[in-house]
Design a protein around this ligand. Structure first.
Ligand SMILES: [Zn+2]
Length: 389
């Protein structure tokens, strides 16, 4: 405070300071289309741009709330590990960085492990917090994944990991790198117990995380537009001395090249998971889509279609048609249309006379949709196999 602010009478001073407390994050710019997004509308669409369908990063609690039945889940206490065993210090001591990250994110570590049910089926989820030191994997994260895998086996539950990470945690040196084989061993235990292991790749999944447990799932689901890769684009370009395609390391690019099984919009992730787990475990799910969700999905997919119909999208589509390949954008829109066709007669026309049909449809939806998803999965795994050869 300078001498001038001391002269202002206290009442006026409080008025001025209150004015300053107006939050400045009411509006956010969409990284996809640069439109300004209002925070309340954005929260309603679960951080998906309502103009272009761009998937912005989503907080852990919001994401878990979307996935579990009635938004309810149980959080597992994180295992105790030795913090800062190397007494590491760069510009700041590592301990200070941990404290800062904890107060900034309000979370204890870069990972959260929860259990609950999806469509009545038991699941254990390990989700990364990108706001906590870039979601980096240190000893605590590795140990948590091991514990989560053990818990999944104990509960006979499907295991789902949702990485959003910059890779290994540099401040823990070798101890952080050791977590790569440890997490692989952990998910192998889940597979040996004949339980499904599913990965939902979100923006960004890079470095040591993409080089370990995130790439060995039974099924890989990715969010549209997510950046997934090991090294950064510039590093690769300098090494191979080649200009990489524009959509390099995006979810759609990886789908086309067989690294990802499906690209699923955020609003459809729960439905897809329930179907997949139900097929893989042979258990019957009790999931009924919320009509509100279907409405939101329609808005989202039109936004996504618009994006695919943009100049760049059309160009890419034409280019890939010339090559005789289906473009990633076209694949996902086609898949969405198919999904829409499957869903529409059952849910959107849910007026008086359709109600009766709806209840009948509910019974066979799991079986029918399960078959279509199975076909999709088979197709993409075939694609994966052919491209790896
Ligand atoms: Zn946008």
């Amino acid at each position: 405070m300078n001498w001038l602010s001391n002269l202002i009478p206290p009442r006026i001073r409080s008025f001025v300071s209150e004015q300053k407390e107006v939050p400045d994050n009411l509006w956010q710019k969409c990284p996809g289309c640069e439109a300004m997004l209002f925070h309340r509308d954005l929260a309603e669409s679960h951080n998906v741009c309502y103009h272009c369908g761009h998937h912005l990063r989503l907080g852990v609690k919001e994401r878990l709330g979307l996935m579990f039945d009635e938004g309810k889940y149980e959080e597992m206490p994180l295992p105790q590990v030795a913090y800062d065993p190397l007494k590491f210090k760069d510009r700041k001591p590592y301990v200070t960085r941990i404290k800062e990250a904890q107060s900034k994110s309000g979370l204890k570590e870069a990972i959260t492990v929860v259990s609950g049910t999806m469509g009545g089926l038991p699941v254990v989820v390990a989700v990364f917090n990108f706001n906590y030191m870039g979601g980096s994997m240190g000893a605590a994260v590795g140990e948590s994944i091991v514990c989560a895998a053990e818990m999944a086996i104990e509960k006979k539950a499907a295991f789902i990991t949702i990485p959003a990470s910059g890779g290994a945690r540099m401040q823990e040196g070798m101890l952080s790198l050791i977590q790569m084989p440890r997490t692989i061993a952990a998910v192998e235990m889940v597979k040996e117990a004949m339980l499904p292991y599913i990965v939902i790749l979100t923006d960004p999944t890079t470095g040591g995380v993409s080089a370990s447990f995130a790439m060995v799932g039974d099924i890989h689901i990715a969010e549209p537009g997510a950046m997934i890769g090991f090294a950064g684009r510039r590093v690769i370009e300098e090494t191979v001395r080649e200009t990489l395609p524009e959509d390099f390391q995006t979810a759609e690019y990886l789908l086309e090249h067989g690294m990802v099984d499906m690209v699923v919009p955020r609003s459809d992730i729960k439905k897809t998971l329930v179907k997949l787990i139900s097929i893989l475990t042979g258990q019957k799910a009790t999931y009924e889509p919320d009509p509100e969700d279907t409405k939101r999905k329609d808005i989202e997919s039109t936004a996504y279609d618009k994006k695919a119909g943009s100049k760049a999208g059309r160009k890419k589509y034409k280019k890939s048609r010339k090559k005789g390949k289906r473009s990633a954008v076209a694949t996902s829109t086609e898949a969405e249309l198919k999904a829409k066709a499957a869903v529409k007669p059952k849910y959107t026309k849910a007026s008086s006379q359709a109600r009766a049909a709806q209840s009948k449809a509910k019974e066979d939806i799991t079986r029918k949709d399960a078959q279509s998803v199975k076909g999709e999965v088979m197709q993409s795994s075939k694609k994966a196999a052919s491209s790896s050869r």
